[in-house]
Design a protein around this ligand. Structure first.
Ligand SMILES: [Zn+2]
Length: 511
């Protein structure tokens, strides 16, 4: 169905250009894939290119390059699906989970390297493989995994999640301490398959690392992780069965032929549906009122209930998206409103970036989400250019502001535009690994912040962290841990923070 489509990257240099491009894509109802301060990627039918150029100023007639030409785009779509023969093995792949030591059946030993060689991650997986796979994990690893349900989608599908962590049973304790929890969400936008595979990879690594990798064991003793790989199951199924590039959910709207709302514009904090009101055909349609999108409402209700009824305190959020390799922190809705705790968010953001860069050399940009979502002029004086879509109602902002999740980020994963949403499956494992490295960094940071202790559990080899020691645990292979060298440059110890952040919070002097 995309045989005649191309993906164009427009380079932006002035406010005028950004404005006319935003207006033109609105007028033609074009599919804007991603945008940064320097460029905007737009997918459109080849025959619409002249119409688009006709709406743009002269300076922009030559400012675009094709990222994917017609046949390439169609081929890239085709390539993200498993090959037919491989597909038949998917369900089998779902059961290729190494059993815990005490449950191993007679037969070949599980692969020592775990996820790296697990064929589940050789391909993107459809919903009817992912959900049984999650059930299987929860039934195999009962000591530290539970399957929970966030709620139902617009079309009535479950939105399952894995709660990973070691629960001390608090039944007898009249005032049990709260369970500090990190929430990891993925698949808000259906076509961002790498977010779903990465969430699965994180879950798998934590689950199978428990009891084997000391840093993972420690982490799961201190915190719970709730991982939701498919926040938009209807949309995800639709990308597998009908339209690979579908973004929104599949909810009925007032216009029969334009279904779907954008979950990430549907949350109730600073919701702003004005720019898409009455226009359900827009790719970023926010609905006619806040929380009209069923899945966004389900997640918010679930999270509020966890907080008020189930003794949970959400301390971290990683909302996984693609693409453009960015680590975004609140706020999304406006660059004029600075998040309280901005400095801390920025510092941890740089820590996550560094963990990723060291793992695989991939560079992620760290910036406030409002900047990730507008085109900003280059040059010394930063002025914000017209936005490419409305920015209110994001999940990131809601969790940060309404649920007081202190460490809240949106991660836009690989790549930077070569394939965009059609990232080849060869990236599933490397992307998973680099984000796991970020998670381990986050975990260590949270331990230092909330547990007020170094990781010193007896019997497990640990890093003795000292001032300036930059070593980070790698969870993939024990041998790798030792080879992580303290690094170079640009980091220094901050002495003047509140006591709870001392002694190990490091900050980077310059951006
Ligand atoms: Zn997204």
């Amino acid at each position: 169905m995309y045989g005649g489509d191309v993906l164009l990257r427009f380079n932006i240099s002035t406010a005028e250009e950004a404005k006319s491009l935003a207006e033109a894509s609105d007028t033609l109802l074009l599919d804007v894939w991603e945008f940064t301060d320097d460029w905007v990627d737009i997918r459109l039918a080849q025959e619409l290119v002249p119409s688009l150029l006709g709406l743009l100023p002269k300076s922009m007639q030559r400012s675009h390059v094709p990222l994917l030409r017609e046949r390439e785009l169609a081929q890239a779509i085709f390539d993200t699906y498993p090959a037919p023969r491989e597909h038949a093995h998917n369900l089998q792949a779902a059961t290729a989970v190494p059993l815990p030591p005490n449950q191993r059946p007679i037969g070949p030993a599980p692969q020592p390297k775990g996820a790296e060689t697990n064929i589940f991650f050789d391909d993107y997986q459809p919903l009817n493989v992912i959900h049984p796979w999650m059930r299987l994990l929860s039934s195999l690893f009962t000591t530290h995994v539970r399957l929970v349900n966030i709620g139902k989608s617009a079309q009535g599908r479950d939105i399952p999640a894995l709660r990973i962590g070691v629960h001390p049973t608090n039944d007898d304790d009249p005032q049990p301490s709260t369970r500090k929890t990190v929430l990891i969400t993925a698949g808000f936008h259906a076509r961002e398959w790498i977010s779903t595979s990465t969430a699965n990879y994180i879950a798998y690594t934590l689950i199978t690392g428990f009891g084997k990798v000391p840093s993972v064991t420690n982490l799961l003793q201190d915190f719970d992780f709730v991982i939701v790989p498919t926040m938009n199951p209807d949309g995800y199924v639709y990308t597998w069965e009908t339209d690979r590039l579908w973004r929104k959910n599949r909810q009925q709207t007032t216009i029969r032929f334009c279904q779907g709302m954008d979950l990430d514009h549907s949350f109730g904090f600073q919701w702003d549906g004005s720019s898409t009101a009455g226009n359900p055909c827009s790719e970023s349609y926010a609905g006619e009122s806040a929380f009209e999108a069923v899945e966004a409402k389900a997640l918010a209700d679930w999270a509020l209930n966890e907080t008020s009824q189930n003794n949970v305190e959400f301390i971290g959020l990683l909302d996984l998206h693609s693409y453009s390799q960015q680590i975004l922190y609140p706020y999304t809705y406006s660059c004029n409103d600075l998040a309280p705790g901005l400095e801390d968010l920025e510092e941890l953001g740089y820590g996550l970036e560094k963990a990723i860069r060291r793992a695989h050399g991939h560079v992620y940009e760290v910036l406030p989400a409002c900047e990730g979502n507008v085109a900003a002029a280059s040059g010394e004086k930063k002025s914000y250019l017209p936005q490419m879509e409305n920015r209110g109602g994001s999940g990131l902002d809601w969790f940060y502001h309404e649920l007081h999740v202190r460490w809240a980020y949106q991660l836009k994963l690989r790549d930077r535009g070569t394939y965009g949403f059609l990232l080849p499956k060869e990236h599933i494992v490397p992307t998973g690994k680099e984000v796991v490295d970020a998670i381990m960094y986050l975990g260590e940071f949270l331990q230092e912040t909330y547990m007020m202790r170094e990781k010193t559990d007896a019997g497990e080899s640990q890093h003795a962290k000292k001032e300036g020691d930059e070593s980070r645990p790698a969870v993939h292979e024990e041998g790798e841990e030792a080879s992580r060298l303290p690094s170079e440059d640009s980091w220094l110890l901050v002495e003047d923070l509140e006591p709870e952040h001392q002694p190990d919070l490091k900050r980077r002097r310059v951006r």
